[in-house]
Design a protein around this ligand. Structure first.
Ligand SMILES: Cc1ncc(COP(=O)(O)O)c(C=O)c1O
Length: 407
């Protein structure tokens, strides 16, 4: 196509890409030549210690996880070539959903091709006129978009955002909702369990208490908490003793989570909560009515991963040890890291181009850490995000700290 015949879109997109390149903000996709593990082989860089995967328990290439996928592929083929309510559902999907519910301590669960999809199903399906969603300001983009969609497709749904982890601000908004004559339906409070860019955790007992006080339902996306938080890796609710039946503060009303991080690492997402909630999703959610199921191979692999997690809590313990060792070593290398039990250690550097340049330098030093800038994080808060895994040995963490010290 000649420049003269370029569409408005072509010109605009080319300008944006040139701007990103010029500002040093262009993201280059690295090509992996090996499975995800503590060390990966990257085209053009060779073997690098990997600190940017969410492979928190090192299960992405576990032999039993791989084998379960192979067997499901051989037994069921690629898929049904349709959505579940039209063409049926494979047994491994039901097995996986029962396993997730057991793992999470909920009555029921339902799976999707991603957590993004699962979250996108939640508010547009569950909200009705007169409802309000109250959301933490640092919630994941999928929650933000789910709320936007709910407001767009359902008349009279409201939304407000509270300051990050600020229970006083949340309570002010709950009181305002109670005093608002337009809010006649359900109040929803939604938060990440582990915040993906900060590596801090939501105060779930505090949120539960406020939800109880104001008749609100609590929804938690714990994508970075599953496999990581709590004694046996069930998530941030376990960290606080809030698994149903534990006798601690009441639990969470609805969870969303991903199978694309600790729980297998391929893809997939789920909701976990009451049977009523999952039934309504099956009957009414657009991502389940108009989109195919999680591939059966992935369903089988994810189930194997969750079974391993439940059988081998020592993996979670090793991750915990690695996390505290890594935070200590990063601090000794001269960088500030918050004290937190999560496996996410952000190093704030401010400028996006600087974060990307530091990430490239680390790669040259044999360490794979990604720099995040706007629009993934707010302008001026670009960062390197270091993520720890149970697959790491101390020597890998030492290699990371030595490389950081050279920056
Ligand atoms: C907190 C959180 N929620 C949801 C997602 C989306 O998960 P998925 O990749 O399964 O769509 C992510 C992934 O980045 C995440 O960090």
């Amino acid at each position: 196509m000649t420049t003269a015949s370029r569409s408005v879109f072509d010109q605009r997109a080319a300008d944006t890409l040139a701007m990103l390149e010029g500002a040093g903000q262009y993201k280059h996709l690295r090509v992996l030549e090996s499975p995800m593990d503590a060390v990966v082989r990257i085209e053009g860089f060779g073997e690098c210690a990997c600190f940017c995967s969410n492979n928190y328990l090192g299960l992405a290439n576990h032999p039993a996880v791989v084998q379960a996928g192979i067997e499901a592929l051989e037994q069921f083929g690629a898929g049904t070539a349709s959505v579940r309510f039209i063409c049926g559902t494979f047994r491994p999907h039901l097995d996986l959903e029962r396993t997730i519910a057991r793992y999470m301590g909920t009555e029921s669960s339902y799976t999707f091709v991603s957590c993004w999809n699962a979250t996108e199903a939640v508010f547009p399906t569950f909200c009705e006129e007169g409802d309000i969603i109250i959301s933490d300001e640092l919630n994941h983009a999928c929650i933000i978009d789910s709320m936007r969609l709910a407001l767009q497709i359902k008349k009279g749904v409201h939304r407000t955002v509270y300051k990050h982890s600020n229970l006083d601000d949340l309570e002010t908004r709950l009181i305002a909702a109670r005093n608002n004559d337009d809010i006649t339906g359900q109040v929803w409070v939604v938060t990440d369990g582990v915040f993906s860019m900060e590596g801090d955790i939501a105060d779930l007992p505090g949120l539960r208490a406020l939800c109880d006080k104001y008749d609100a339902l609590l929804v938690v996306d714990d994508s970075h908490g599953h496999g990581v938080m709590g004694e046996t890796g069930r998530g941030t609710h376990e960290h606080y003793g809030m698994v149903e039946g534990d006798g601690g503060p009441g639990s969470v009303d609805l969870f969303t989570g991903t199978l694309g991080k600790a729980l297998g690492g391929a893809a997939g997402g789920f909701i976990a909560g009451s049977r009523t909630a999952t039934e309504l999703i099956v009957q009414r959610a657009r991502p389940t009515l108009f989109s195919n199921a999680l591939p059966v191979t992935v369903a089988a692999s994810a189930r194997a991963a969750i079974e391993i997690l439940m059988d081998e809590p020592q993996r979670v313990a090793k991750l915990r040890d690695n996390v505290s060792y890594a935070r200590h070593r990063i601090a000794r290398a001269g960088f500030e890291v918050i004290d937190s039990p999560t496996a996410i250690c952000p190093i704030i550097v401010g400028d996006t181009a600087k974060a990307i340049a530091m990430s490239k330098r680390l790669l040259e030093l044999g360490v794979f850490v990604i720099g995040f800038g706007y629009p993934v994080v707010p302008e001026g808060t670009a960062r390197l995000r270091v993520q720890i895994s149970a697959a790491h040995e101390r020597e890998h963490i030492d290699r990371l700290a030595d490389a950081l010290a050279k920056l």
